[in-house]
Each structure stands twice: as structure tokens, then as C-alpha cells.
Write a protein that binds this ligand. Structure first.
Ligand SMILES: C[S@@+](CC[C@H](N)C(=O)[O-])C[C@H]1O[C@@H](n2cnc3c(N)ncnc32)[C@H](O)[C@@H]1O
Length: 261
């Protein structure tokens, strides 16, 4: 009566064939470069050598034997896609970067006499939005008078932003007074005080995705040192999107000095 469950000897596949081992092939990185550009805007067209060496390490660490397999898996696995984005983005930043723009922004906010909404896109590991908060408080703008929303495509950078523990090189532009006022110095690190951390809302968003524009409109938009990684066409597209985030079309986005060239 159990014959239904028994396998006919003839049907049983013998699997003593040798396992197929994929041949290692890290030669053609162009399809991954194209995918990265489509997804993030970041352009490696003139840095194929750098991309190839970065991607070879990315694959080897994960035991992925070819760029073709890597791309196939990135397309299918959202976690691996995010790992790739975290890996290829450059998150370099520091407090009070391009300070003149920050002073200019503070002067404008002081003339507003109303609550202002500020967007920082991208924020990397948080130094820029926290700098804006500190600069406003230093100019006697009360924390009731502003909101700061900060976004980045990298989850790794955002983890660091939310943790807000910095090294000396990240705070090198701050005076000793500012360091002691806004940070606790613990085990050689500068730990940002909770009251400043609480002034910034972080979110993982790609500026090219619709979630970005769903954030609403802002009085001030900072977007510094991201467009430098894009090609001309992508820069223009990003510029248009970022400008569309302003409540007042007469105002300008704060871009980094090298961003638009
Ligand atoms: C060099 S950091 C700039 C940080 C800060 N604005 C500054 O000027 O110091 C560039 C950041 O852009 C982010 N980024 C790149 N492409 C992005 C995209 N499509 N959407 C959102 N963030 C992106 C990267 O993850 C990286 O953290």
C-alpha cells in the first residue's frame, strides 16, 4: 500500500557528477558600473580601473566568483544591493565644512522671524546637519524655530550619524569652546550631546527615488559634495530635483563649490 511513496529504481537520478565550479571572472566591470550609475547617479565611467579593483574585493570577500554573478545577485537580493551602495559611496565629511556658506545660511534664517524647515541631502555621517543645528543655536536661534531633516543613500553612514560619536579629525574645524559645549569627551572620542542629536531627523533615501520628493518642501536645502560624483546629465537632473524641494523658488540650494562643474 505504500508503493506510491517508493521510488522506482529507474527514476532515481544518480548525482555523483562533479559539482560545477564557477570559473573566476573579474574582467568586465562595465555592467556593474552601469547599474551603479542607474541606481545612485555615481559615475565610474572614467574610473573603470578603480571600480574593477573595488568590485573585485567586494566579490572576493563574499566568495562571489564573477562580476556577472555579483550583478545577478545584487538584482535579486536587496541586502546585497545595499551592501554594494554602502561600499561604493564616499561618505567623507566633517563639522563646519565650507563654513562661509553656513554663516550665510544663519544670517538668512535670522532675518526670517518664523520657523524654518531645513533639508540636508546628503548628510553622510551627520556632521553637516549637526553643524547647521550648532551654528543656529550659537546665533541665538532657538531650537523651536527650526527643523532639520537629513537623508543619505548609505545605511552605514546613517548608522554613524545616529550614533554621533566622532574622532578629532571630524571636529578639527570647531573651536575648543564649541567642542566642550556640544560634546562629551570619552575614550578619545567626541560624543555629541543628546540635545543636539534630537534636533535632526534622519532617513535613508535616494534623491532619485519618489520618496525623496514626498518629504515635502523646505525653506533651506543643503546638498554639498554629492553631485561631484555624478556625470553632467545626472548633475542637472539632481539639481532640478533638489531645487524643486524649496518652498520659495527664488531661493538657491546650497551646493558644494565643486558640485556644478
Ligand atoms: C562626500 S558625502 C557629502 C556629505 C556632506 N554633504 C558634506 O558635504 O560634507 C557624499 C554623500 O552622498 C551620498 N549619496 C550619493 N549618492 C546619493 C543618492 N543618489 N542619494 C542620496 N545620497 C547619495 C553618499 O552616500 C555620501 O554619504
Amino acid at each position: 500500500m505504500f508503493s506510491f511513496f517508493k521510488k522506482n529504481k529507474k527514476d532515481v537520478q544518480t548525482t555523483n557528477k562533479p559539482a560545477v565550479v564557477e570559473i573566476e571572472d573579474y574582467s568586465d566591470v562595465a555592467p556593474i558600473g552601469k547599474y551603479i550609475k542607474e541606481q545612485t547617479g555615481i559615475n565610474f565611467d572614467r574610473q573603470q580601473g578603480i571600480l574593477k579593483s573595488k568590485m573585485t574585493s567586494f566579490c572576493k570577500i563574499r566568495d562571489i566568483r564573477s562580476f556577472q554573478t555579483c550583478l545577478r545577485r545584487v538584482l535579486a537580493e536587496s541586502e546585497l544591493k545595499q551592501d554594494l551602495i554602502n561600499y561604493i559611496t564616499t561618505n567623507e565629511t566633517y563639522f563646519y565644512r565650507e563654513l562661509r556658506q553656513i554663516h550665510d545660511f544663519v544670517d538668512h534664517v535670522k532675518q526670517e522671524h518664523k520657523k524654518v524647515d531645513i533639508l540636508c541631502a546628503p548628510c553622510a555621517s551627520g556632521e553637516e546637519p549637526y553643524s547647521l543645528a550648532i551654528a543656529l543655536l550659537e546665533a541665538n536661534v532657538s531650537y523651536h524655530e527650526f527643523t532639520i531633516t537629513a537623508i543619505d543613500i548609505s545605511t552605514e553612514a546613517l548608522e554613524l550619524a545616529k550614533r554621533a560619536i566622532y574622532k578629532e579629525r571630524n571636529v578639527k574645524n570647531l573651536s575648543d569652546d564649541l567642542k566642550s559645549k556640544y560634546f562629551d569627551f570619552k575614550e578619545n572620542n567626541y560624543v555629541l550631546k543628546e540635545q543636539i542629536k534630537n534636533l535632526v531627523t534622519f532617513a535613508q533615501i535616494n534623491v532619485f527615488e519618489k520618496e525623496f520628493q514626498e518629504l515635502g518642501k523646505f525653506d533651506y536645502v543643503f546638498s554639498r559634495n554629492m553631485l561631484i560624483y555624478f556625470d553632467k546629465e545626472t548633475k542637472l537632473k539632481a539639481k532640478e530635483i533638489l531645487e524643486s524641494m524649496l518652498k520659495d523658488k527664488e531661493k538657491a540650494v546650497y551646493f558644494g563649490h565643486a558640485d556644478l562643474y
